[in-house]
Design a protein around this ligand. Structure first.
Ligand code: G6P
Length: 612
């Protein structure tokens, strides 16, 4: 949600900032801007509504030369996305220039106070208020660092900021509370960014800032401290992914690349974590809470968006194979509704980014209540990963497409490993069954590869539905969350209204919508609910709905019922979510691409939602 980048070093900063913003754009893309300290020690800024490419095409590069600069790509929270509200923002005297992620919750109160001191405001943003508050404290202290610190102590809410000061033009000051920020430590240069994608092509050495911490970046290095003015020493960490992992590699979109990567990413999730001879899974990151997990009276899984759908699959898995009562909660609801938690409950937090504000707040609630917390996270070193008591990384690699695909299947894979680990320990499934399931896990990458290789078949079906206005997705059991995820993918990137439902619930409402304009996607593998699904298909057929079925390769019967069939290989229920969602990811992708939409940057969405 909004991306920040900053550079201080010996190189011309503009190309570095623009490149960084392009890589961060998946976090938000309503507007973008940069500010640079030029050779005359003036701050020059340029910002505009629209994408980073618009900024890049319209900026006069000759006027923006300088070795210190900051940039921002925005996802609007306060104020409409226009040129004026775009970042960077200045105080009324243009002493400070600031980019900001997050929300200053008490900005109205501060604004009123500053107005009484004759401060003038030009935008609707909370960021401009912060810039003026820094100015206010600078007037009293004549010290950039102190002014930023005193301002930050006064604000409530969340921030990740990078700030320039015309009076001290050899510095960038950055700080974080609730919005991620990290420093890339290069050779005589420091890059600051809200995530690693803008840093990795400069250096792999990074320092993560924690909440309540700030850094003063100078030409000869940096120093870290808390906003309460205590010095901090932190080890440098090394990023463990490669630049190609965040580039498109010949695909038209990141989303397509990420869908096609799933044979590898799934393997990365389970590699070294399961013994295929015994079926026993071992997750090193969970060892310190293993006893609590095995003896949990109840498991609560909480997450947002796609990760919430993975959580639902987890509920089915854990109850089915481990016999532990499991509940799934939207993180945004969980944190506000005074949930009853006990010390023998385990709360699992699932998050691709590890930064989603509601999921992070749910984690903190769970910890406060004394429950054991376990994270299933993709981004290494992210806040949730660092704050949970125990956790497992899904190792999906950087996910850039805003619509989550490979993270979803890897989240399910992680849940499957946790399920096998608990079930083996508790003896809730037989040794034979464990080995069987492990064999199915081993076979997954090949099966996914097979589906990726038939993407043209899926594309053909997609092209028949490009102009539809509504879609219904139906599934039962383990495939109900898959129906929800299929519908979410479609609406996120194609802007076609889509709903997912448990197939049998269709009769209690959605059936009223069915006519010959309504495509209905049935997830209909040959499992124990197959006959029931066929009955549901007949009900839709009787009302002239258009039927697309996700069906197994050897299901010859299905063509009697469905207008279109997306074929998938067989798998056990435990892994059905992973296999059956893949054609739905392709379906959504190809429909959106055929509509000519910006698949990787769907309107109004952001990859990582760091506001409530
Ligand atoms: C946003 C993204 C979704 C994602 C959700 C949760 O809405 O657009 O793709 O599923 O946040 O994000 P997380 O990073 O916590 O998994």
């Amino acid at each position: 949600m909004c991306g920040i980048v900053g550079y201080i070093g010996k190189k011309n900063s503009l190309p570095i900032l623009i490149d960084g913003l392009k890589r961060l754009e998946y976090r938000g893309y309503d507007s973008a801007g940069v500010s640079i300290i030029n050779d005359n020690n003036e701050i020059v800024s340029f910002k505009r509504a629209g994408k980073v490419l618009d900024l890049d095409n319209s900026i006069d590069k000759d006027k923006f030369e300088g070795t210190i600069g900051i940039g921002h790509t925005r996802w609007a929270t306060h104020g409409v996305p226009n040129d004026i509200n775009a970042h960077p923002h200045c105080d009324m005297e243009y002493l400070f220039t600031l980019v900001h992620n997050g929300i200053i919750e008490n900005y109205k109160h501060i604004k009123e106070k500053l107005k009484e001191e004759n401060y003038i405001f030009h935008t609707d943003t909370d960021t401009e208020v912060l810039a003026n508050l820094i100015n206010y404290h600078f007037k009293k202290t004549n010290d950039f660092e102190k002014a930023v610190r005193l301002a930050l102590v006064e604000v409530e809410g969340t921030y990740g900021i990078a700030c320039l000061c015309v009076k001290e033009p050899d510095k960038i000051i950055v700080a974080r509370k609730g919005s991620p920020l990290m420093l890339g430590i290069g050779n005589e240069e420091t890059i600051v960014s809200s995530d690693a994608s803008a840093i990795i092509n400069h250096t792999k050495n990074v320092i993560y800032l924690n909440d309540g911490e700030m850094a003063v970046l100078g030409r000869n290095g940096f120093h870290l401290k808390t906003v309460e003015d205590e010095d901090i020493f932190r080890d440098v960490e090394v990023l463990d992914f490669l630049l190609d992992e965040i580039e498109k590699g010949g695909y038209d979109h990141f989303m397509l690349k990420e869908i096609c990567e799933q044979p590898d990413t799934i393997q990365n999730t389970y590699r070294g974590r399961i013994n295929f001879d015994t079926g026993v899974a071992k997750l090193g990151g969970l060892e310190n809470i293993a006893d609590k997990l095995f003896n949990a009276k109840r498991i609560i899984i909480t997450a947002c968006g796609t990760a919430w759908h993975a959580a639902l699959v987890g509920e089915y898995m854990i109850e089915h194979y481990c016999r532990i009562p499991t509940e799934v909660e939207y993180a945004s609801e969980f944190r506000y509704r005074r949930p009853i938690l006990n010390s023998d409950d385990v709360v699992i937090l699932i998050s691709q980014s590890g930064e989603t504000a509601d999921t992070l707040a749910a984690l903190r609630e769970a910890k406060k209540a004394g429950a054991t917390t376990l994270g299933i996270v993709n981004v290494i070193g992210s806040t949730i990963a660092r704050e949970v008591e125990a956790g497992t990384y899904i190792h999906a690699g950087p996910e850039i497409g805003v619509a989550s695909t490979k993270a979803f299947t890897c989240q399910i894979m992680s849940l499957a490993l946790i399920t096998l680990m608990i079930a083996a320990e508790k003896g809730t499934i037989s040794k034979r069954k464990l080995i069987d399931l492990a064999g199915d896990i081993k076979a997954l990458p090949e099966k996914i590869k097979h589906m990726v290789n038939r993407k043209e078949e899926y594309k053909k079906v997609a092209e028949a539905f490009v102009d539809c206005r509504n879609f219904l997705y139906l599934g039962r059991g383990f495939n109900f969350p898959v129906a929800l995820e299929g519908a979410l993918k479609l609406k996120e990137i194609s802007y076609i209204h889509a709903e997912g439902y448990p197939a049998a619930e269709m009769k209690h409402g959605p059936i009223a919508l069915i006519d010959n304009d309504m495509p209905v996607v049935f997830i209909a593998p040959l499992d124990r609910t197959y006959d029931k699904i066929i009955s549901n298909i007949e009900e839709v057929k009787a009302r002239r709905g258009r039927i697309i079925a996700i069906a197994n390769d050897d299901d010859k019967n299905i063509t009697d019922y469905a207008d279109h069939v997306l074929r998938v290989p067989h798998t056990k229920a435990l892994l059905a979510g992973i296999i059956n969602v893949i054609p739905l990811q392709f379906l959504a992708y190809y429909i959106a691409a055929a509509r000519g939409l910006d698949v990787d940057k769907p309107r109004n969405l952001a990859k990582s939602v760091t506001v409530e």
